[in-house]
Design a protein around this ligand. Structure first.
Ligand code: GRF
Length: 219
């Protein structure tokens, strides 16, 4: 039985497909998080329409009308506190956060990154993975710390890279997995079923030994 669902905010800047996956997961009656706020730094973020349709609280804090990064974040912080937020999920939120904001949310702020961290931090991850010729690529959900795209890893999904891949086809294959692991990771964090030991987030072992991903597959 869930005593109190964790009040969760999702921060977006664009398309919002991960936001959508989190919102849909949180509609499940047993999901330990409820989405109480969708916040964007861009008034025109396409993802906001879906959140409004769902009747969720939606807010825009436009970074362009703030004097600096910290002023912008203080405005977000006021809204997050007003909505009694426990957890913050970054989902395609394209602003770097200051140590001040990260300090407010330490251990309660998570991000999804379209690569298997610690490989390919930063932008253009799919094109860089293709240029390097890697055979396996993927995505990572992690706690946010001061250093960009670092922090204890909560969940990862790996996908094969195909000979025919372009950055777009590879991005689509990875994105499908993002939509699976982000809700799963939020479920663990909101449900409290994890322990952090150094950089490792321990979630408990699966019942059976998981299959390895081999590229190419070996019979
Ligand atoms: C995703 O690929 C996510 O990993 C990255 O930004 C993208 C956002 O996509 N951080 P969406 O807005 O969730 O569709």
């Amino acid at each position: 039985m869930i005593l109190r669902r964790k009040r969760t905010a999702i921060l977006v800047s664009g398309r919002g497909s991960n936001m959508r996956a989190l919102v849909e997961a949180a509609q499940g009656p047993d999901f330990p998080a409820e989405i109480c706020l969708v916040l964007s730094n861009r008034p025109d973020a396409p993802g906001l329409a879906f959140a409004k349709e769902k009747g969720l609280a939606v807010a825009v804090v436009d970074h362009k009308i703030h004097a600096g990064r910290e002023e912008f974040e203080r405005s977000m912080q006021v809204l997050l506190e007003l909505h009694g937020i426990d957890l913050v999920c970054l989902a395609g939120f394209m602003r770097l956060l200051t140590p001040w904001f990260i300090g407010q949310w330490r251990g309660r702020l998570v991000n999804i990154h379209p690569a298997l961290l610690p490989a390919y931090r930063g932008l253009h991850t799919h094109a860089r993975a293709l240029a390097d010729g890697v055979k396996i690529h993927g995505c990572t959900v992690h706690f946010v710390v001061e250093a960009m795209d670092e922090g204890p890893i909560i969940a990862q999904a790996a996908v094969p890279v195909l000979d025919t891949d372009t950055p777009e086809t590879l991005a689509a294959r990875v994105l499908a997995q993002e939509h699976i692991i982000y809700p799963a990771a939020l479920g663990h964090i909101a449900g409290g079923s994890y322990t952090v030991r150094g950089n490792r987030v321990l979630l408990g072992e699966p019942a059976a030994e998981p299959l390895p991903l081999l590229v190419p597959p070996v019979a």
